[in-house]
Write a protein of this length. Structure first.
Length: 431
């Protein structure tokens, strides 16, 4: 076990610090970098020897930084795209433009920036990829290029979420656990929490958690009854607590929170998605809500207001399912400018997208950003059951027949269709 302690801090919304991810080509794990974000490299067309086209039906998906994962109905886990740091889990560092089989008996997968978490059908937790901050949870900071079992067979989980260098999970007894980087108090373990933890640490003592989502530096969770909780980085109002006004200066102060705090009390939520400096949620009445950074009109509100400090309704009629909502957790563009996109499904299974569209990641056939949800494949009659927004450049979705669809950037083969050509509309990538 490894602990390092740090001081807590308070950040004002009137003078935000620009925090960005330094993405190097088709690499894996990254660190928070205040200087900006490099543009993506488009030269990594390497195919692993055991790659192939996966068969439908697909039951689970996860898209991250130029990498994609899928689980098929027989429990097989597949990965493709960037693999510089072994984040595919295939035991090598070769990129793949076609899916590579990683293992069997899997049911759930979540991809962070450079590391991945997955649950097997028996509830055991497995992790691989970058481990610089102990985000794999194995008690070390050693990177792993194949899945490793975290904990013992008696440690069983029902939900996992991989963020930027940290991880969240709900055990089978509905307790909440966190590990990895804690620079922004995103682990939620209080004032004396470590700078990072290489093993899972329990958050509080409640046994009522039903959903969790790890973003870039903040975390969201739902408890039984649909209450919404948030903690971690709040520099851009991404916790949704409305912040506070300093009585001396009159400035709005958005403080990080080191333990979960209730958000929008009295409301009931069904789905959550923590993104890059922003958050999304669907209430039990099907209404879609968003808050946090909106500097590039990416939040979905249809306007250019720079920041929303509390949940704001975007639209209505959405599916009451966590798989039906996804937010980009990391950004791949710009210098100090942040770009991201989001995906959601309506209750009728129709696909909707908004935000940045530089690489065609919205799937509408163009490259123009969209400031409010727009329907994708309108009029096609296609019904989808799950979506996953990759980190600013590509997207995945499962159609109701179990087929896998992908669109957007493909510089590292993250679409999984055997080439590195960008697609501005959804294409089927499973048999």
């Amino acid at each position: 076990m490894e602990y390092t302690f740090r001081r807590t801090r308070r950040i004002t919304a009137t003078a935000p610090i620009s925090i960005a991810l330094l993405l190097s080509g088709c690499g894996g794990g990254g660190t928070l970098d205040l200087s900006g974000i490099t543009n993506p490299v488009t030269t990594c067309n390497n195919v692993a020897p055991n790659s192939t086209q996966i068969s439908s039906p697909v039951t689970a998906i996860a898209a991250a930084a130029r990498i994609s994962f899928a689980i098929t109905d027989d429990g097989s886990l597949w990965a493709w795209g960037s693999n510089r740091n072994g984040q595919l889990g295939a035991g090598a560092t070769t990129n793949s433009v076609l899916p590579v089989k990683i293992g069997t008996d899997f049911q759930t997968v979540s991809a962070g920036y450079g590391h991945t978490l997955a649950l097997k059908t028996n509830g055991t937790l497995w992790a691989w990829g970058d481990n610089s901050f102990g985000q794999l949870g194995d008690g070390t900071t050693t990177n792993r290029d194949v899945p490793i079992h975290i904990g013992s067979n008696s440690d069983t989980y029902k939900s996992v979420s991989a963020g930027l260098n940290f991880s969240l999970a709900i055990k089978s007894d509905d307790t909440l656990w966190a590990w990895g980087d804690n620079s922004f108090e995103q682990l939620g373990i209080g004032d004396n929490g470590p700078a990072y933890s290489t093993v899972p640490v329990q958050i509080g003592s409640d046994k009522s958690y039903i959903a969790v989502s790890a973003g870039t530096g903040h975390s969201l969770a739902l408890k039984a009854g649909g209450t919404l909780w948030a903690w971690g980085d709040n520099n851009h109002g991404e916790l949704g607590d409305g912040c506070s006004v300093d009585m001396t200066s009159g400035q709005t102060v958005c403080s990080n929170k080191n333990v979960p705090e209730a958000i929008d009390s009295g409301s009931s939520y069904a789905a959550i998605a923590a993104g890059y400096f922003y958050s999304l949620a669907i209430k039990t009445d099907g209404s879609l809500w968003a808050w946090g950074d909106n500097a590039q009109a990416d939040l979905g509100t249809g306007d250019s207001k720079a920041i929303y400090l509390a949940p704001t309704q975007i639209d209505a009629g959405f599916a009451l399912d966590t798989d039906a909502l996804s937010a980009s957790k990391f950004s791949v563009l710009g210098n100090t400018t942040v770009y991201y996109h989001s995906l959601a499904l309506m209750s009728d299974g129709s696909l909707w997208a908004w935000g940045d569209n530089t690489f065609g990641q919205l799937g509408d056939g163009g490259r123009t950003p969209v400031s409010a949800p727009e329907q994708i494949l309108a009029g096609s009659g296609d019904i989808f059951t799950a979506v996953s927004a990759g980190d600013g450049d590509h997207s995945l979705a499962i159609r109701s027949d179990g087929s896998l669809w992908a669109w957007g950037a493909n510089s590292c083969g993250q679409l999984g269709n055997g080439n590195i050509n960008t697609s501005f509309v959804p294409i089927q990538v499973s048999k």
